[in-house]
Design a protein around this ligand. Structure first.
Ligand code: C2E
Ligand code: MG
Ligand code: MG
Length: 439
């Protein structure tokens, strides 16, 4: 019990450390090499959402059995976190041999597991460090494997990385970025950009989406896709999210006072913020302090976030609606929406994910999906926004199918406040009634 993970029967962290210390001592004595592989299962929470706790446990047991089959008796595998495994390979020095084992492990992590008739699957990320090249203590080897894994995590599913000295300096490195993130809000390195949403009936701006930008003093602009997940993992998202809300509300109120009414400002809300027990009080006080009337604020929640813990989400959204905020579901079509939940969600808008818009005027399946989402939204009395509109053909297609709003580089990229005003001025002077662009 003290040395094994009760769920999978694999070694636990304590047993792993014990064996790793012994193996490392042996490797030093024999001048042999060893490798430490840290493996993270991506999207395990989605599997648990789909299959429930028990289903999730069965899934993990099946994956653990697969892993054991990939390894030799002399290798050690341990489960050291909910979705994290560590493997130690002794007497292995060739990168190619290590790669072969990683390939097998990733394949095992990907293998579908059928639970109660549902086929479930995960992806994996792996980070590798080796002795003697990357460290001479177990802790250091683990830390370096973790850095390499962080890098893989940012490269997407089913990727792996070997630790290299410059892993520490590459753009995606989590550990260094994490320290920087702590300071960044205080140092004023964050900025909000605004992307106009065009009302397709009137051709005017119907709203703007606030998008966060990090101007890192050494690394330049870092994309939110890189740092939002890091901020979520490290808990910084609450502070950062509060900053975004404050800034968006203050700016919008300031514009209204200058007689510039852009309809609404949409702010992206991370599931970590939404499910924080102080979120309601916090947003209520932020909006009150900014003097912005709540109906000008729209909260964007991604479809996959909304479906996590859907029962609880509905209750939170109802409270947000009660406070006067409107809610829109972001990246719609990419998560696993349950239509039963959608019916019960107190929401006002759906945003069609840009992957369906990309070829909407050329691909019959994409057109069918986009059209169905527009109809679904309208039948549920919701507005619908198309994301990622880049070409006039897409814009025309959407307008002809009565999509309400469109957003994308075709109209304007996300802009700084100054550029946004420039955009408004130019487009207002281009057409007599302030229409942005005639499609
Ligand atoms: P999102 O909310 O779906 O935002 C739309 C993304 O699409 C933005 O990327 C935007 O710049 C990009 N985009 C807009 N028009 C086009 C187009 O025509 N073509 C293409 N290819 N892309 C277009 P961005 O700004 O990099 O943000 C990425 C994601 O990061 C956002 O996706 C959102 O999920 C997240 N994010 C951004 N700001 C915040 C924030 O303040 N808080 C939270 N929690 N998440 C944020
Ligand atoms: Mg969004
Ligand atoms: Mg989106």
């Amino acid at each position: 019990m003290n040395y094994h993970d009760p769920l999978t029967g694999l070694a636990n962290r304590a047993l792993f450390y014990d064996r790793a210390h012994k193996s490392l001592a042996r490797a030093k004595r024999d001048q042999s090499s060893l490798a430490i592989l840290l493996l993270n299962l991506r999207d395990l929470d989605k599997v648990i959402n789909q299959a429930g706790r028990n289903g999730g446990d069965r899934f993990l047991r099946a994956i653990a059995r697969n892993f054991l089959e990939d390894l030799r008796d002399t290798d050690t595998i341990a489960r050291i976190g909910q979705d994290q495994f560590v493997v130690m390979l002794e007497n292995i020095s060739r990168d190619e041999d290590i790669r072969n084992i990683i390939d097998k492990l990733i394949e095992s992590a990907n293998a579908p597991v059928t639970i109660s008739g549902q086929e479930l699957r995960c992806q994996a990320n792996v980070g590798v460090s080796t002795f003697p090249a990357d460290g001479d203590t177990v802790d250091l080897l683990l830390r370096h494997a973790d850095m390499a894994m962080c890098e893989s995590r940012q490269q997407g599913g089913n990727t792996f990385n070997f630790y290299e000295i410059d892993t520490r300096y590459t753009a995606g490195n989590c550990l260094l970025l994490e320290n920087d993130l702590q300071q960044a809000v205080k140092n004023g390195e964050f900025n909000l950009y605004f992307q106009p949403q065009i009302d397709l009936r009137s051709g005017k701006i119907g709203g703007v989406e606030a998008l966060l930008r990090w101007q890192h003093p050494e690394r330049g602009t870092i994309s939110p896709d890189t740092f939002i997940s890091l901020a979520e993992e490290t808990g910084h998202i609450k502070e950062l999210g509060a900053w975004v809300l404050t800034e968006a509300c203050e700016k919008f109120h300031h514009w209204l006072r200058k007689d510039i009414n852009l309809g609404r400002v949409a702010v992206n809300i991370s599931p970590f913020q939404l499910h924080d027990k102080h979120f309601l009080e916090s947003i209520e006080s932020i909006v009150k302090n900014s003097c912005l009337a709540p109906e000008y604020l729209e909260l964007e929640i991604t479809e996959s976030a909304a479906m996590q813990n859907a029962g609880e989400t509905i209750a939170i959204l109802e409270n947000l609606n009660r406070l006067g905020f409107s809610i829109s579901i972001d990246d719609f079509g990419t998560g696993y929406s349950s239509l039963a939940y959608l019916k019960n969600f107190p929401i006002q808008k759906l945003k069609i994910d840009r992957s369906f818009i990309q070829d909407v005027d050329r691909s019959a399946p994409d057109a069918a999906i986009a059209k169905s989402i527009i109809d679904l939204a309208h039948n549920l009395n919701l507005q619908v926004v198309a994301e990622g509109v880049e070409k006039p053909g897409q814009a025309r297609w959407l307008r002809d199918r009565h999509c309400d709003l469109a957003q994308g580089d075709y109209y304007s990229k996300p802009l700084s406040e100054i550029d946004l005003f420039g955009f408004i001025r130019i487009s207002a002077s281009a057409t007599k009634d302030g229409e942005i662009r005639l499609i």
